[in-house]
Design a protein around this ligand. Sequence first.
Ligand code: NDP
Length: 290
Amino acid sequence: ARRSLTLLGLGDMGTALARTWLAAGHSLTVWNRTAAKAEALAGTGALVASSPAEAVAANDLVVLCLLDDASIDSALEGTGLDGKGLVNLTTGTPGEGRARAAWAEARGARFVDAGIMATPAMIGAPETGGYVLYSGSRALFDTHRAVLEVPAPARFVGEDPGHAALHDVALLSGMYGMFAGISHAFALIEGEDIAPKDLAPLLSEWLGAMGFFVGNAAERLTSGDFTTGVVSNLAMQVAATGTLLRTASEQGVSTELIDPYFELMRRRLAADRAEHAHEDTAGAITLLRR
Ligand code: NDP
């Protein structure tokens, strides 16, 4: 069915979203701080509002895709939101998501926060595996699910408006940890007679195989049992880190990306060697909470 919605923010991501809604035949009202980006979309059928207030007034569903949480205040300061459904695709922290939900509620609006797990190129291209995490008002999400799924598949992760951002940041944090390991691996072979493109398939395959650690860690954190069925025990792994550190030294590579995790493993072992020697490394997770 043809739906009508408003989008505030036409940066790289907002423009990609807008194009999918327009291509699917929805009626889209847009506003962007720099008007030229909105004008560029007018040719493809977008209705261009001259102010945030005009854009918000045009539709019950208002989607935000601005730079950061602070830019929502500058865009929507003084704009009437009573009765609106706000879907916030702007990246923020869980705390910002919760505060923004309270802010919206105080203005008579329903609110859903979101985390986009995709780049602009993955928008409107479901085969790329991108999707969007949503949390907050289930009723608002259910009402608009079909139109929200036009740019990318939706995954609703709960009614706490902070949980979309929390899932988003958890996934990105895992990703950056992986990027750190990959960076160290490539640095190790630099200057050797090994082409990065020859290491690449081996590294990809190995990381894929080691992905089992995600489910393994989840099971251990749930059961509290870090010892049953361990095939690579912590005492062995801590000893093995010496080999990794000496290899880095032989290759003239800084250990700054791998030191923090090794240090955590050593601390877990040192805290109670008899108890923790037979765990796997998932036990180290318990040391991180301050
Ligand atoms: P861009 O930098 O391309 O666009 C930023 C947008 O925010 C522009 O429309 C800009 O307006 C607007 N903006 C910035 N400051 C203000 C302000 N003070 N008042 C009003 N509008 C403002 O970023 P993206 O489009 O790539 O990202 C948008 C959101 O999507 C971000 O929260 C980002 O984290 C998130 N995201 C982006 C991804 C990506 O790969 N690009 C991936 C996942 C999430 P103007 O045109 O006038 O500068």
